[in-house]
Write a new protein. Sequence first.
Length: 323
Amino acid sequence: MNLSSLEQIIVCPCCKNKLTKDGGHYKCTSEGCNSTYPVFNGIPILINPHNDLFEQKDFETEGDIFFKTYSNPGIRFLKRIQPDITYNNVSERNYADIASLLKGEKPIRILVLGGSVDGVGITHLKNILKEEDLLVETDVSYGPNTTVICDAHEIPFADESFDLVIAQAVLEHVLDPFLCVREMNRVLKENGLIYAETPFMQQVHGGKYDFMRFTHLGHRRMFRNFNEINSGVIAGAGSALVWSLKYFLTSFANSKKVDRVLSYGGTFLFFWVKYFDLILNKTRGSIDAASGFYFLGRKEKGYLLSDKELLASYRGFRYSAEE
């Protein structure tokens, strides 16, 4: 990543004024703000000093904040051989489509929220990037990709800085996803692209940092200021059933240790059910029972999807009272 390119667009998350480098810190240029932001391990910690959830000092060391890491090699091995319970054969295709849509943009600027680790399929997009392009992977957790620590409610970048903003498996973990989407809109260039994947039928998987779920229409309304290019099922009813079966099993746990054993065993017992999504990801009936959805849209000046248009876009078979 080109650090000088990054420093041209970072701003104070509090007041959105420019930051200047001051020794080992970044400092807000606004006299009415004067907030400072440390740099730990070469990574700017652009967290509002008045943030209720996170403090700058939380990131002084690369400890666990959101993702659980394990130092025990045996546990790491067990985690590595554990199968995924979600079948996703859509993300890679979507990222290939995004790569095609970005052709001609020079240089390309991409912001990834929740990007400390690679999301499914994103390497397809990364492979098209050139040295002059800018990829900023942010999170509230350290990871192999983290370049900036920030909160998606207060994105610390200037207006219209990016050609693409990605939020893959992020919006269920924020307190106010609608505010986060407004921030994504703000930092996105006119005619820029937005891509999100968000669960619908999934149990809690982020502990205390797990808040929201969305139907297909609920997800679409969140992005009502963006003209839809494509949207749909990211993982179908087969994946949703695996999640339910596994969490039914863990419901019998009365301690964290038992929960971990049942969770691990349940994964191997039920993971195969997800392969029904080879069929179900393509069916119209899956829209009301899917594990999660995606949205790919474009920022267009003055665009707003009306609620009447939203309801008319319903793709499922569930009937309303008037039918």
